[in-house]
Design a protein around this ligand. Structure first.
Ligand SMILES: *Cc1c(COP(=O)(O)O)cnc(C)c1O
Length: 377
């Protein structure tokens, strides 16, 4: 099946009753028929039918061997980092999501997992950071919020040459636009809170792995540490996934309109958007993804002005998230990236006047009208 069809038919619903929608198995435990029963469902931390349906669907969509659903994107990332041990080392992109670098720097560092951050635009810099203790390369492409593009194929080639795992945060693209496992990545992580859920009503995380050894290891971590997604939230994601393609198409199309409008405005000094042919990552992104996504960041040059725009918006929602059906705006400097050290923020292009826009599925005329009235001095 093609991806658009898989989104609808990948999850087959309830085979016992024919129900079109997979039921919410709101149960913590399951009756066992013999002592020490093998297979089937036993206890929902280990496996739950609704979660299992979601995990199977995500594995299909990402082209992996098994999926795992967690209570948040950070719980998913944490489970991946739990695959490593004290003394191991990771080389990670300097442009990782703030929460991902925070859990590495302030939680995993206390257990002896060390990280070196480098600019993943330069493959030579990644190679130079690899030590005998290095176990994995961690990337996020395109990056949040300035949409830097990492060459997935080149990173994978380096990782394979050095015997390392490659981990990719695919939140910004979703499997609809980018499938890193098909390019050789070993582990894909999602904040399913964003596009997979798509309706700003559920917090969730997904991991999909490529091979069965990793699947076994991750299932061990998932069951041992227990940060699993509940049945109802799993069902919300199954429901959200059915319109992932429609939403991504409309959001990307609206983003194109918004980006061109922003670029024409005298108040705006710089627009970061992957659909502009003069974006430094334009060609590379096109070679590894099927679309530009809906995120645009723009710099208005003055932090006070940026704050005034954000507080004057009436329809666009000032909020800490992205990927929902509603247009959301954010001031990365103090919101999504508030926990990132100042010098790292500036290197990422996050100034006090940078605004991030996650374009929704509204009529773009109304989004533009709202931004226009908010920009009036
Ligand atoms: C939001 C986000 C996360 C964290 O996910 P939560 O669901 O908020 O825990 C991780 N990576 C990226 C790229 C994100 O946007």
């Amino acid at each position: 099946m093609r991806l658009d069809t898989l989104l609808i038919h990948g999850d087959e619903g309830d085979l016992n009753t024919g129900a079109a929608s997979t039921p919410i198995y709101q149960a913590s435990t399951f009756r066992q028929h013999t002592v020490g029963q093998e297979g089937g469902y036993q206890y929902s931390r280990g496996n739950n039918p609704t979660r299992h349906a979601l995990e199977k669907q995500m594995a299909l969509l990402e082209g992996g061997c098994r999926g795992f659903a967690f209570g948040s994107g950070m719980a998913a990332a944490t489970a991946v980092f739990n695959l490593f041990s004290a003394g191991d080392h990771i080389v990670a992109s300097r442009n990782l999501y703030g929460g991902t670098s925070r859990v590495l720097d302030r939680v995993f560092s206390r257990f002896g997992l060390t990280v070196t951050y480098v600019d993943f635009c330069h493959i030579a810099d990644i190679a130079a950071a690899i030590t005998p203790a290095t176990k994995a390369l961690v990337i996020e492409t395109p990056s949040n919020p300035t949409l830097m593009v990492t060459n997935i194929r080149a990173v994978v080639a380096l990782a394979k040459e050095r015997g390392l795992l490659t981990v990719a945060d695919n939140t910004f693209m979703s499997p609809y636009l980018q499938r890193p496992l098909e390019l050789g990545v070993d582990i894909v992580v999602h904040s399913a809170t964003k596009f997979i859920g798509g309706h700003s009503d559920v917090l969730a995380g997904i991991v999909v792995v490529k091979d069965s050894k990793l699947a076994e290891d991750l299932h061990f971590v998932q069951n041992s540490t227990g940060g699993v997604l509940g049945p109802f939230d799993s069902w919300l994601l199954l429901r959200g996934l059915k319109t992932l393609g429609l939403r991504m198409d409309r959001q990307s199309q609206n983003a194109g309109v918004l980006a061109a409008w922003l670029r024409s405005r005298p108040e705006v000094q710089k627009v970061y958007y992957l659909g502009f042919a003069d974006h430094p990552g334009y060609e590379l992104h096109k070679s590894q993804a099927a679309g530009t996504g809906n995120v645009i960041s723009f710099d208005v040059g003055d932090g006070t002005f940026a704050r005034s725009i954000l507080s004057k918006l009436k329809m666009c929602m000032l909020a800490d998230s992205l990927g929902g059906v509603e247009t959301m705006v954010n001031l990365p400097d103090v919101m999504s990236h508030g926990s990132v050290p100042p010098e790292r923020k500036l290197r990422m292009g996050i100034t006090p006047s940078l605004i991030r826009l996650s374009v929704g599925i509204e009529d773009p005329v109304d989004i533009i009208a709202d931004l226009e009235q908010a920009m009036r001095r």
